[in-house]
Design a protein around this ligand. Structure first.
Ligand code: SF4
Ligand code: SF4
Length: 79
């Protein structure tokens, strides 16, 4: 189950720097994770100082939808 970022994100970039598959994208108000790219390693969950990242089993339906949609249209954080 892919990880999901909530609106508690403050765009610090810490998660993107450790993701092994560059799954993070930068939306206008927060980072988001592409669920088709995330390999569910869980590394980013512990890395976030805001505790903004969770598995999709714990995330809200709104956050899951936002991450899936915005990651398709926003630039990759590693670009
Ligand atoms: S769980 Fe792993 S692969 Fe998925 S976004 Fe986080 S660091 Fe990247
Ligand atoms: S580590 Fe947390 S606060 Fe920082 S960009 Fe990632 S999700 Fe946002």
């Amino acid at each position: 189950m892919p990880s999901v970022i909530s609106d508690s994100c403050v765009k610090c970039g810490a998660c993107a720097s450790i993701c092994p598959v560059s799954a993070m994208h930068v939306a206008a108000t927060q980072y988001v994770i592409n669920p088709d790219v995330c390999i569910d390693c869980g590394a980013c969950i512990a890395e976030c100082p805001q505790e903004a990242i969770s598995t999709d089993a714990e995330a809200t339906p709104e956050a899951i939808k936002f991450n899936a949609e915005q990651s398709k249209v926003c630039p990759n954080a590693e670009d």
